[in-house]
Write a protein that binds this ligand. Structure first.
Ligand SMILES: [Zn+2]
Length: 422
């Protein structure tokens, strides 16, 4: 028996402009254009992946060719609407520029353009249009500028900067954006209710945060999470964290506090416990680097996503860190993630990296002392007397190095003192 399963992102693909989530300005512009018969002959849809660009292009095709249209609310039942939905409409030609990017592809398209079907609009959707070659763009220029009547070009791209300005200036440009967290969470809750997915609000919240504002990714994650649910068993935050290989917010806060204090024992214990639960070392490092970045953002009062209790604790904890120190930790954790991905012993790499983070101050201090000894030795060997060294080279800490406590006092400069800034 054939499976009737349909992924959520396909099942809940917007069918009319009113279904588009979080793209108010696009919806308003296109609705007005259809209602006032002011549809442009070429559009450029820009924005991140999974935000509804291709769906919107198909919605335009439905709206313009619906037997009850043109209308912003196509009937979704007439032959034309059904054909567009089933992606077999003769009036809609979709081209993936990633695989059809040559000048010949562009010429073929231009030759076919004048053939409209039964007085309907003919809509060319060129997805990932930035992949077209320069020659293909040039071939398209004139047709886009003066297309045959009832022909509409919709170019979609995630990388607008790669589209030639000559093309951009001939299109009406509509910018799709990532969906804000609250709107996305509400939408996910609606879908979960309709699909009878037994999932709690904290888990929905995490799905919304994790997808970073992309609807397609969010619905993909919800789909995956739904497999953990039964009628009796609700998907909780912990189930989802485990599925995603993520770390709980309070565990992250304990980590950062212990790393700040240089307390290696609890840090390594916590890492071992996460590894024991089957989490990937690289993902642990990634979660930690994101969390430390959140601390830096909290210091700068830049909004961060998280539960209210996490955000409150984050703000408090961020006051303990020095800004430079925090920046260095983020860099170190990000490098650690990469090392874990490359390592054949990634758990070991993670533990070593965390240990070195805990002892970062001592390590830096030792390195600086070692450098000084090497420098002194080489100068003594070359016969420069120690007094002359100070005169030749005033001692100064490089601006990138972290402040170090108990630095050896110089005769002409006060010892650098370590202060934990706000
Ligand atoms: Zn229709």
């Amino acid at each position: 028996m054939a499976s009737t399963y349909e992924p959520l992102y396909l099942k809940y693909r917007p069918q009319s402009l009113g279904d588009l989530v979080g793209q108010q300005s696009v919806v308003r512009t296109l609705t007005n254009a259809i209602e006032h018969d002011r549809v442009a002959h070429a559009y450029l849809f820009t924005g991140p992946r999974g935000c509804g660009k291709t769906s919107s292009a198909r919605i335009m095709a439905k709206s313009l060719n619906c037997q009850k249209g043109p209308t912003p609310t196509p009937c979704l039942e007439c032959t034309s609407c059904v054909e567009v939905k089933q992606v077999n409409s003769p009036a809609v030609i979709e081209i993936d520029a990633a695989s059809h990017n040559s000048v010949d592809d562009a010429r073929l398209l231009i030759e076919r353009a004048p053939i409209t079907v039964g007085g309907n609009y003919k809509i060319y959707i060129i997805d990932e249009c930035h992949m077209l070659t320069k020659e293909a763009f040039n071939a398209l220029l004139k047709t886009i500028e003066e297309p045959p009547p009832n022909v509409i070009f919709i170019l979609a791209t995630t990388e607008e900067h790669k589209v030639p300005p000559t093309i951009i200036s001939r299109c009406q440009r509509l910018m799709f954006k990532l969906i804000n967290h609250d709107e996305l969470a509400v939408h996910l809750r609606n879908v979960a209710t309709k699909e009878e997915i037994n999932i709690d609000d904290a888990a929905i919240d995490l799905v919304a945060r994790r997808s970073g504002g992309g609807l397609r990714d969010a619905l993909g994650l919800l789909d995956q999470a739904s497999l953990l649910a039964t009628k009796e068993k609700q998907v909780q935050l912990d189930d989802l964290l485990l599925m995603l290989g993520s770390v709980k917010e309070d565990v992250l806060l304990d980590f950062s506090k212990a790393i700040k204090d240089g307390a290696a024992e609890p840090v390594l214990q916590a890492a071992l416990s996460l590894l024991g639960e089957g989490r990937e070392p690289a993902l642990i490092a990634l979660e930690l680097s994101k969390h430390f970045l959140n601390l830096a953002k909290a210091q700068l009062k830049i909004p961060v996503l998280g539960s209210p209790s996490y955000l409150e604790a984050l703000t408090e904890q961020s006051k303990l860190f020095d800004r430079t120190e925090l920046a260095q930790m983020i860099e170190q954790l990000s490098a650690l993630e990469q090392s874990c991905r490359r390592s054949t012993q990634s758990a070991l790499t993670l533990e070593i990296g965390l240990l070195s983070l805990c002892h970062r101050l001592e390590i830096t201090e030792l390195k600086q002392l070692k450098d000084k000894v090497v420098d002194l030795e080489s100068r003594l060997a070359s016969g420069v007397p120690p007094q002359a060294m100070h005169a030749q080279r005033p001692a100064a800490r490089p601006p990138s190095a972290p402040p170090v406590s108990h630095a050896p006092a110089q005769s002409h400069a006060p010892a650098a003192s370590y202060s934990s800034g706000a």
